[in-house]
Design a protein around this ligand. Structure first.
Ligand code: NAD
Length: 509
């Protein structure tokens, strides 16, 4: 297998290499902070027009964009395959899932942003309304592992909500973004509606500091913190989609064969380089050995590398080094290697590795590995499984394979998302909000919440009739303090109204 060149930068160009072959695919410019600022200025002009269009008009244009992307699906998948290293099949799945989000966001925007009447409470002469409005310009900073699907989870929803977007793709996978921006420029009536600014961390930092109205960042927790600090200068709000250390729990009444098959996919798809990869597995004592046997059997059927491989090349040598470090650390602390292992790493290819006899002193059980490793731990009870699953600074996805206790276990998991009797199911359902807690970030993409994430909320209180007692005036009767004391007692104390309200609440519950 070929040795792989790392991505290098010249003073003003960025080179994108194929991690499977080392071949230089193309170069793109490294944009300066001034060029990033200029893109934001152009985006603001586009946003002013786009935000004034009707939902229907925006939906029409987004549908044209979706169709144009679909017409270039093979080309986009090929770029993803060559830049990222993932097999062509996985690249096509990525394109399909990204298109699903464009479709969903366009279809849902009007409903998700529909103004809502809410109770006006004791100001009964008011009409109270919550409405949602576009922010303006959204800066999207993306990672390399899903170079199209992940940023599109922000881009599609931000556009559908009426914003313009400036997108900074990862320096490891800029070409797919550049192509998408070309397609956008040809499709949208406003050529600056979706722009791409290429470059490495300094270009991303410039976007975080620029005059955008929100930053949607996807990447590592370390960079996410830097983005938040940079955005704080202008008090720009941030949405952070960060890393994970997703646990899977397998109970003794689980379908072990199905759980093993799903575990192998969840841990190894994209060579384990998914933020929602299964990164650690806790299996009930009674089924542990059978589960391990099934997982090993499944893994032995997989092929790494080649046109028909299930696992492609790792995208960067830096990630290979992290995986090797985690494997060495685990083995030094007593882990048992069933398949693969550090010795089976060749260039940018890592053979899928199954580990047992693991514990939480090992990096592989608490740091994000982001590689094709399946560490499996035996647990004595479901309580122990839940305790260990929650023993993490992250909280992105999670999965549970169990019979009747599945929902109870799922509810106890401290994570943004859980799949029951499947892996990654939540990522395939565009109406489900996607995001994490803790070091996995905050805010949500996808779903109606993902649309409203790119809006500002406006509260309107409209007085629809006058009443004799006007609280918003200095002209009050002399006995007002006395009246207020009476009202406080009536409404919130021991008065008849308060008692009736409490009784009504009890009857309804
Ligand atoms: P990264 O943090 O290294 O880089 C992400 C992006 O930030 C890149 O575009 C990079 O150029 C840019 N960047 C770097 N320094 C910056 C700075 N100072 N200011 C602004 N931008 C800067 O992450 P990565 O290695 O590209 O991606 C892998 C990570 O992303 C993993 O931790 C993975 O779990 C996470 N991820 C999370 C999700 C999610 O939805 N939660 C999805 C995919 C990946």
């Amino acid at each position: 297998m070929a040795t792989v060149a790392s991505t290098t930068t010249t003073t003003d160009r960025l080179s994108s290499f194929n991690p499977a072959t080392g071949e230089l695919i193309a170069t793109v410019p490294i944009l300066t902070p001034a060029e990033v600022d200029a893109a934001v200025v152009r985006a603001r002009t586009a946003a002013a027009s786009w935000s004034h269009l009707s939902f229907e008009a925006r939906t029409e244009e987004l549908i044209s964009f979706r169709k144009a992307l679909a017409a270039h699906a093979d080309e986009l998948a090929d770029l993803i395959h060559r830049e990222n290293g993932k097999p062509e099949l996985e690249a096509l799945v990525e394109v399909m899932m990204a298109l699903g989000h464009v479709q969903h966001a366009a279809a849902r925007a009007e409903t998700a942003m529909e103004p809502r009447r809410v109770s006006a409470g004791m100001l009964a002469n008011f009409r109270a309304t919550i409405s949602y409005h576009p922010l303006g310009v959204v800066g999207v900073i993306g990672p390399w592992n899903y170079p199209l699907y992940t940023p599109m989870g922000s881009i599609a929803y931000a556009l559908a909500a009426g914003n313009a977007v400036v997108w900074k793709p990862s320096e490891l996978t800029p070409l797919v973004a550049v192509r998408v921006a070309e397609i956008a420029r040809e499709t949208f009536a406003l050529p600056d509606l979706l722009q791409v600014v290429t470059g490495a961390g300094t270009t991303g930092a410039a976007l975080a500091k620029s005059a955008v109205d929100k930053i949607a960042f996807t990447g590592s927790a370390g960079t996410g913190k830097r983005v938040m600090i940079a955005a704080a200068e202008r008090l720009t709000p941030v949405l952070l989609e960060l890393g994970g250390k997703d646990p899977m729990i397998v109970a003794e009444d689980a379908d072990v064969e199905k759980a093993a098959e799903a575990c192998v996919y969840g841990a190894l798809t994209n060579a384990g380089q998914a933020c929602i990869s299964v990164e650690r597995v806790y299996v009930a004592e009674a089924v542990h050995d059978r589960f391990v046997e099934e997982v090993v059997k499944n893994v032995r059927q997989l092929k790494t590398g080649g046109d028909d491989g299930h696992l492609g090349a790792m995208t960067s040598p830096a990630q290979v080094a992290i995986v090797r470090d985690h494997l060495d650390d685990a083995v030094a602390k007593g882990a048992v290697v069933h398949t693969g292992g550090a010795a089976a790493i060749s260039g940018n290819y890592i053979q899928p590795t199954v580990l047992t006899n693991v514990d939480h002193h090992m990096k592989v059980m608490h740091d994000e590995t982001f590689g094709p490793i399946i560490p499996i731990k035996r647990v004595g009870s479901l309580d122990e499984a839940v305790r260990l699953a929650n023993d993490t600074i992250y909280g992105l996805g999670s999965s549970v394979f169990a019979g009747k206790a599945a929902r109870t276990i799922a509810d106890k998991l401290r994570a943004g998302m859980t799949s029951i009797n499947s892996v990654m199911g939540f990522a395939g359902i565009p109406s489900l909000p996607f995001g994490g807690i803790g070091d996995s970030g905050f805010g949500r993409i996808h779903g109606d919440e993902g649309i409203r994430e790119f809006t500002r909320i406006k509260s309107t209180a409209e007085q629809v009739m006058s009443i004799p007692l006007n609280m918003m005036s200095f002209r009050q009767p002399k006995d007002m303090p006395k009246r207020l004391r009476g009202m406080i007692k009536q409404l919130y104390g021991q008065g008849v109204v308060a008692k009736a309200t409490d009784l009504f609440r009890k009857l309804r519950s």
